[in-house]
Design a protein around this ligand. Structure first.
Ligand SMILES: Nc1ncnc2c1ncn2[C@@H]1O[C@H](COP(=O)(O)OP(=O)(O)OP(=O)(O)O)[C@@H](O)[C@H]1O
Ligand SMILES: [Mg+2]
Length: 279
């Protein structure tokens, strides 16, 4: 399903100030495309994803799915968050079935689908476990299975792997690449990690902050499945990082105290703006 974002702006108004978080965003995503969204903290990535999901209303602009205007939540778009947002008092299988239950899917069909997607994320053995018995990576896989059960054409993922250790993260990146190839969904994936973006995406979109705008795009034409060790991939990572670094520095300068200075290399390892390891 193709997705068109037309003239989206978002202004947040609080008692003390007005912030223009998104300023006239115009971009289209193709059916089945894997998009990664990068940008400095606060540039409006989550806000844009929430608007696409219908969880937040734009101040201006429209979202179209295959030329049909959407302005509310819908089963055509599923969302997955940084923390798995699972229910600790429910078993794994019941968590996976939850969205379908709300959507009124009959019990048998629900169970069948839940098992199918738990198999896809390799968790059938844990279907009767409770969430607190699972590791962080397993919880994110449960959340992914839950998001997949809705059979939505569009999957919106807001930093889904950022709380995970790097080994677990790379396993999930491989699984997600497989699932995407199998399901042919349009995926919009927000990350702070440039390597992750280049590894996964058909197209990497870089955003600028204050106000949030689209700064640049990179088409990634590398063959799949991809690995971090690929030298062509490292070359593209360096290019994207150059584009992003300027923006991250701009935001850091505005946010930090005036006696704080940006030293070469320092910014790349800022835990809040993880731009990939070792580069
Ligand atoms: N409900 C809200 N009310 C007021 N301001 C908000 C609200 N939600 C977001 N903002 C502001 O909008 C800006 C963008 O926030 P958003 O969470 O979309 O950024 P982000 O790019 O996802 O950042 P991060 O990378 O840290 O997750 C921030 O300045 C934030 O303070
Ligand atoms: Mg965010």
């Amino acid at each position: 399903m193709s997705l068109t974002i037309k003239g989206i702006s978002k202004k947040f108004v609080t008692k003390t100030k007005q912030t223009l978080t998104l300023d006239n965003i115009n971009i289209s995503f193709n059916d089945g495309e894997f998009i990664c969204l990068l940008g400095p903290s606060g540039c409006g990535k989550s806000t844009l994803l929430n608007i696409i999901a219908g969880l937040e209303k734009p101040t201006e602009g429209k979202i179209f799915l295959n030329d049909k205007k959407v302005d509310d939540v819908g089963v055509d778009r599923a969302m997955m968050f940084q923390d798995s947002a699972l229910f600790p008092w429910l078993k794994v299988i019941d968590n996976v079935e939850f969205g379908m239950k709300i959507a009124g899917v009959p019990k048998e069909e629900r169970r069948e689908k839940a098992i199918k997607y738990l198999r896809m994320v390799h968790l059938t053995k844990f279907q009767n476990s409770y969430i607190h018995e699972l590791s962080g990576g397993m919880r994110q896989r449960v959340a992914l299975a839950r998001a997949l059960t809705l059979d939505s054409k569009v999957l919106l993922m807001d930093e889904p792997f950022s709380a995970l250790d790097s080994q677990t993260r790379s396993i999930l990146q491989i699984q997600l690449q497989r699932i995407w190839m199998e399901t042919k969904k349009t995926i919009i994936f927000v990350t702070h990690n440039v390597e992750e973006a280049v590894l996964l995406a058909d197209r990497v979109v870089v955003m600028a902050a204050n106000p949030g705008k689209i700064k640049g795009e990179f088409n990634i034409k590398l063959a799949r499945p991809r690995t971090i060790e690929n030298t062509d991939l490292s070359y593209i990572v360096a290019q994207v990082m150059k584009e992003l670094k300027e923006e991250v520095e701009k935001v850091a300068k505005a946010e930090y105290d005036s006696d704080w200075s940006i030293e070469e290399g320092n910014i790349l390892h800022d835990p809040d703006n993880n731009m990939g390891n070792g580069i």
